[in-house]
Design a protein around this ligand. Structure first.
Ligand code: PMM
Length: 301
């Protein structure tokens, strides 16, 4: 039996493991496929994430889940150790690093391309030392002042996501004249600060920040306008998977769908995001979104 396919047979995974075809695995950022939208698998090593409820809070469970997504064909695995949901408890930087660094190192060793989901430059630096190839920062306008210099020095791709305020304040800041215009101009002003520190345009990946200081309707407005992000000259990443606005959309008998019931809708968003120019979708359930982006690539070719 293929030893690679056998490896992640433990842990919380329930779906069968596809056999790994090594040609599908990118070894570095520059090896990533360019003929379709990419799929980034979400790995929250947290006890309190809204979307996966702390299922992977031990390093062993998280590594098993990361390997499962890697073998399912995820182009990248995004490892985070701090919950970003509204009103989440604050995590110390030490705790964040303790949670994620062993997971990053193990996934890199297994051949996965790893992105680190952090708002802290010191965590980003240590994750890069452990082999992470991308920094995914959800802090938006409120970024760590050390981050631009770090990204310039390490020359890694940087996901610049739009968010106003922080986990405690963002829900009260969802007031825009024109959500698309305002999000783009706020992203551009942060981007320019990264440019001033020496970051180059190819390093910047823009993300509209679905669910971060946005109402449900604003999320839909942003998704509908993805092509306006695509013309800014940067790669675009979309993170809509299992978010609350999908739960609202799928309300039945007055009850919003639970996070785990939002995966079909998440894959539908992946199809449409891909058709509208997204470079990458960030999702919990990798397989359906991988199929979705392939359908989209074939359709739009
Ligand atoms: N959303 C979450 C966390 N990290 N990163 C990017 N770039 N974009 C997102 O939309 C995003 C993110 C919160 O969702 P989760 O708890 O399901 O990870």
């Amino acid at each position: 039996m293929d030893s690679l396919a056998a490896a992640p047979g433990t842990g919380p995974a329930t779906s069968p493991l596809p056999v790994l075809r090594p040609s599908r695995v990118a070894k570095s950022f520059s090896d990533l496929p360019t003929n379709r939208t990419l799929v980034m698998g979400i790995l929250n090593v947290t006890p309190d994430s809204f979307s996966d409820g702390g299922r992977f809070s031990t390093a062993d469970d998280a590594i098993a889940e990361g390997l499962r997504m890697h073998y399912a064909g995820a182009d990248m695995i995004d490892v985070g150790g701090e919950s970003t949901r509204p009103n989440a408890d604050k995590t110390t930087v030490e705790e964040e690093q303790k949670r994620i660094l062993p997971v990053v190192a193990a996934l890199v060793k297994a051949g996965a391309l790893v992105s680190v989901d952090t708002m802290h430059a010191s965590t980003a630096a240590r994750a890069i030392d452990a082999g992470a190839a991308v920094v995914n920062d959800v802090s938006g306008l409120d970024f760590d002042p050390e981050m631009p210099a770090l990204i310039a020095e390490r020359k890694v791709p940087y996901v610049l996501m739009h968010r106003r305020g922080n986990a405690l304040t963002m829900n009260s800041l969802a007031t825009y004249d024109d959500v698309v215009e305002d999000v783009i101009s706020e992203l551009m002003s942060v981007r320019d600060k990264f440019y001033a520190a020496g970051v180059s345009p190819e390093q910047i990946i823009l993300d509209p920040g679905i669910g971060f200081a946005k109402t449900d309707e604003q999320n839909w407005d942003l998704l509908r306008s993805l092509e306006r992000f695509d013309v800014l000259g940067h790669r675009v990443l979309v993170g809509a998977s299992r978010k609350r606005f999908l739960g609202t959309l799928l309300t039945m008998a007055g009850k919003a769908a639970a996070p785990a019931e939002r995966d079909h809708a998440s894959a539908a968003v992946s199809t449409l995001a891909a058709a509208n120019g997204a470079w990458c979708v960030r999702v919990h359930d990798v397989g359906p979104s991988l199929d979705a982006v392939k359908v989209s690539a074939a359709w739009t070719k």
